[in-house]
Design a protein around this ligand. Structure first.
Ligand code: 5GP
Length: 278
């Protein structure tokens, strides 16, 4: 557990440093991020400064000395004055934030999209959208983490107030992507992942040409059937219906920008990260 935490922490720090290096985010952004992200809060100030373009070890050390910041200080330990000094030092020197990339991950139910999305959220700084749905929670699902579980009335209200970027009916329930969080994250320069079914993916593309549609394909049809059958929470009728739906969804692959085969979760995650950074 501790090891895993350390690995996660290294990865999230590495992602932030890479973005500072590429002028995608400023020191102010990192300091703001540190308020909500304990991994970033524990980053050494020297590590952050050295990742800023044009600031090497020597300049970083000199600056820290000038502002009375000890060499081993972590972001969470910075004083108010020290923070202000650092922000002023770099004010106006960075490029404006570029908009994040919008990646839509779709594919047949049971292909493993949500596993990919969860892993991506763990190892990168992607903002992964949480959808609203009218279906009932499965065992272990948490409100606000897996979905926002809406009543039919609440979902109707969301449609009438244009709350959704897209929405679709699937297997007897409705699913929608709340628009607000997606737009806010993109404006902040964060890459965004929507994990949704194919109808919704096409709606997103129709509105935002910037969206990149990725279709996640199972290694084989048999593989997908086995996964759907293993889903204990569905009734036999519902499972049969899901298989039929999956067959239709598979046919949509050719209309996507890219098709990734879900051979290994880690491979798919790496390809999504690389897609967002290139
Ligand atoms: P499940 O009920 O298995 O969680 O999801 C069923 C399907 O709905 C999956 O294919 C999932 O990707 C899709 N889905 C989840 N959230 C959304 C959403 O916000 N919009 C659309 N269009 N599909 C979604």
């Amino acid at each position: 557990m501790a090891l895993r935490k350390a690995a996660l922490s290294r990865k999230s720090r590495a992602a932030v440093k890479a973005r500072v290096k590429n002028n995608e985010i400023t020191i102010d952004d990192v300091l703001a991020l540190a308020k909500s992200d304990p991994f970033i809060a524990k980053m050494k100030v020297s590590e952050l400064l050295e990742s800023i373009p044009g600031v090497g070890k020597i300049r970083a050390a000199g600056m820290m000395e000038r502002f009375g910041i000890s060499a081993t200080r972590r972001i969470q330990g910075l004083g108010v004055k020290q923070t202000a000094d650092l922000v002023t030092e770099f004010a106006g020197k960075s490029e404006p934030l570029s908009r994040g990339k919008l990646i839509v991950l779709s594919g047949p139910g049971g292909v493993g999209k949500s596993t990919v999305a969860i892993r991506l959220r763990e190892v990168s700084d992607f903002w992964v959208s949480v959808s609203a749905t009218t279906r009932s929670p499965r065992v272990g699902e948490i409100e606000g983490v897996d979905y926002y579980f809406f009543s039919d009335e609440r979902f109707d209200q969301g449609i009438s107030t244009d709350e959704f970027l897209e929405w679709a009916s699937f297997a007897g329930a409705r699913y929608g992507t709340p628009r607000k969080g997606v737009e806010e994250a993109l404006v902040q320069g964060r890459n965004v992942l929507l994990e949704i079914e194919v109808e919704g993916a096409f709606q997103v593309k129709a509105h935002s040409k910037e969206a990149i549609l990725v279709f996640l394909q199972p290694p084989s049809w048999e593989h997908l059937v086995a996964r759907l059958e293993a889903r204990g929470s569905d009734t036999p009728e519902r499972r049969a219906h899901r298989l039929e739906l999956a067959q239709n969804e598979m046919a949509a692959a050719k209309e996507f920008d890219l098709v990734f085969v879900n051979d290994e979760v880690e491979n798919v995650v790496a390809r999504l990260v690389s897609l967002a950074t290139h």
